[in-house]
Ligand binder design. Structure first.
Ligand code: COA
Length: 310
């Protein structure tokens, strides 16, 4: 699907500085790109230096002022370094996007203690680390125009998701953190928000979490049956949501997680097909009323009797 033009003004985020963890690839890179194309100065972080360097070069080619810091969100010292680097390079920090995440499929009975801990450490602890390490900088921005934390989440834990006990627990905690910090830090002019993507095409998440398909086209077909809007999302969809959240249009929102999934999380198969409903529903209703009225006439029904006396 072709990427549409942004509906937002190009300079809507001018003067803002954003730090995106996991910003070197996938959804994080597109978030960085869109924040930058809308005027923000951007800093990306991640564990693989070459990936970060390549991403900055590509962003620079599109006119986006980008800087990178290598680091691991599991280490608090690295997070302090990342936040400080953004301020050192661009003078302030207004927007923190926690996009770094780790995941894999595993049946719970085969998941080791370390496997469970690793995902919680990257997703949950890493998110808290970054928020905490950036707090003083964000607080400063909060007192002069407003600051924002965006936590990239998931919808796995709204119900329950097969083979994802670790990531579901981790993202449930992230959503909780979005609310807690929204509550506690609004006072400092720091808003919080979550974005929960559904299946997004061309990402590591899709490659890892939906393996074994016969290629992208087949995956698109399988997915469209499970998504009310009929197709997978694009990194662009998530990135535009972040631009909206960072824009003045969302200035009164905090603590809330926006689901951007084409309706996937709430989708379940229809027990009765649409054609059958269309064909038989009125007949079934008429029959049920007829039974009710007959019962009422005999004095024993719940439907016809009492209604006729009113
Ligand atoms: N199934 C079961 N357990 C797995 C696993 C899998 N597919 N992949 C890793 N693990 C376990 C490891 O066995 C290890 O546990 P152990 O010590 O008991 O054996 C534990 O998880 C940590 O693995 P390790 O490879 O040492 O961690 P890492 O820090 O190098 O990598 C991951 C972390 C596993 C999350 C890795 O996939 C990663 O770095 N991901 C980042 C990118 C990503 O996942 N993006 C997708 C987002 S949806």
């Amino acid at each position: 699907m072709a990427t549409p033009e942004s509906p937002f003004k190009p300079g809507i985020l001018r003067g803002k500085v954003a730090l995106v963890t996991g910003g070197g690839s996938g959804i994080g890179l597109e978030i960085t790109r869109q924040l930058g194309l809308h005027g923000a100065s951007v800093v990306i972080s991640g564990r693989r230096e070459q990936v970060l360097r390549d991403a900055c070069a590509a962003l620079g080619g599109e006119g986006v002022a980008a800087h990178y810091v290598q680091g691991d969100v599991r280490k608090f010292g690295d997070c302090e370094r990342m936040a400080a680097a953004a301020v050192q390079r661009f003078g302030r920090l207004d927007v923190l996007v926690n996009c770094a995440a780790g995941n894999f499929l595993s049946p719970a009975e085969q998941l080791s203690s370390n496997g469970f801990r690793t995902v919680l450490e990257i997703d949950t602890l890493g998110t808290f680390h970054m928020c905490r390490a950036a707090f003083e900088h964000l607080k400063q921005a909060g007192s002069s125009g407003g600051a924002l934390i965006i936590n990239i989440s998931m919808t796995l834990h709204y119900g329950a998701t097969w083979w994802q006990a670790h990531a579901s627990a981790a993202k449930a905690a992230v959503d909780s953190l979005t609310r807690s910090l929204g509550l506690e830090w609004g006072h400092y002019g720091i808003r919080t928000a979550g974005v929960a993507p559904g299946p997004i095409e061309g990402t590591a998440g899709m490659t890892k979490l939906a393996p074994g398909s016969d290629g992208e086209a087949n995956m698109q077909k399988l997915m469209s049956a499970a998504i009310p809007l009929g197709h997978m999302g694009r990194p662009w969809d998530i990135a535009q949501t972040c631009v909206f959240l960072a824009s003045p249009a969302a200035a009164f929102m905090t603590g809330h997680t926006l689901v951007v999934d084409g309706g996937e999380w709430m989708c379940k198969p229809a027990l009765v097909p649409r054609e059958v409903v269309t064909r038989v529903s009125r007949g079934v209703e008429a029959k049920s009323r007829a039974v009710g009225l007959a019962g009422g006439a005999n004095g024993g029904g719940a439907g016809g009797g009492p209604r006729s006396k009113l």
